[in-house]
Design a protein. Sequence first.
Length: 133
Amino acid sequence: DQMFGFETFTQNYTELLEENLESLDLDAAFDLNIYAKNQGSPEAAAYMLDVYIGEMKSLNEVLSKSIKEQNSKKAKTVSKEIQRIATIMAAIDVKDACQIIIGKINTNKKVTIKDLKSLSDAIELVAEFAEVF
């Protein structure tokens, strides 16, 4: 009997990842190995994947609304929460997009539609990438 431990989980996902990335022609939107380690167990990682993606999508809508309403305090708080989730998931593009937005808010610069679109696109890539699993 083979125990379904972390190494088996990582190996299975790595194999799936390698097989599916070629057919998708998609760069890794987040680091599956780091994400799984951050979760502590394969079961938690699998369960939380949809939760985190849902949270990022919802928070992104709140962020867009906050920017439109020029509520920089709320926009910064929401951006930091998206960035926290992106850190757990090792989703570098999402983290980077949040950092740009937070930096602009901190320096009283205008957060542009392009900035928001970059974040939305990065979150969508994470969601598409996660569907492989």
